[in-house]
Design a protein. Structure first.
Length: 179
């Protein structure tokens, strides 16, 4: 019995992987199981609850989207062990940084129940990072993987366009300031 227990414990421990992760600018170290998803790690170990689950984690709703090394990913389908040494940004981080997309999402009431909203906002922020002046079509295409049961779709396009305008104005102000 004692042998069985110690054997089980050592097997279990050996299966844990040490990973380092930068989340919203803060550094963490974790021991994770091979099958722990990034979504579960963020929610259960750091308490970041913005990555949601509207499809039972099968990659069909976009509500769990986070930014991993600059690209939007579905955190329900991303294994935590594959994130070792990488950078993650969540809706909480976007709110903390006072990015214009956050204000625009509030201003244009992009939510009803709000459950899908963090995933939309994260996807929109990733779009603006790679394309600061997206067309309406590009916004719709970028957000196509995010599902909203409440039907808030039109408001996201308006909010993303306003955030893009704000980013442009900020960049122009910065340019004037540096002259
Ligand atoms: S929880 Fe639905 S795509 Fe991840
Ligand atoms: S606001 Fe309710 S699911 Fe999108």
């Amino acid at each position: 019995m004692a042998y069985l227990c110690s054997s089980f414990i050592s097997t279990y421990t050996e299966n844990l992987h040490k990973i380092k992760l930068c989340v919203n600018g803060r550094y963490y170290e974790f021991l994770v199981k091979p099958n722990t998803t990034l979504r579960d790690l963020l929610r259960e170990k750091i308490g970041l609850t913005s990555p949601k689950d509207m499809c039972h984690g099968v990659g069909a709703c976009g509500s769990c989207t986070v930014i991993l090394d600059g690209r939007p990913v579905l955190s329900c389908l991303t294994l935590a062990v594959d994130c070792d040494g990488r950078s993650v940004e969540t809706a909480e981080g976007i709110a903390e940084s006072a990015h214009p997309i956050f204000e625009a999402y509030i201003k244009y009431h992009t939510m009803q129940c709000g459950y899908c909203t963090p995933g939309f906002m994260v996807t929109a922020k990733a779009l603006l990072d790679r394309n600061p002046n997206p067309s309406e079509e590009e916004i719709r295409e970028a957000l196509a993987g995010n599902i909203c049961r409440c039907g808030t779709y039109p408001m996201h396009v308006i909010a993303v366009k306003e955030a893009a305008e704000k980013l442009k104005a900020n960049a122009e102000d910065k340019g004037k300031g540096s002259k």
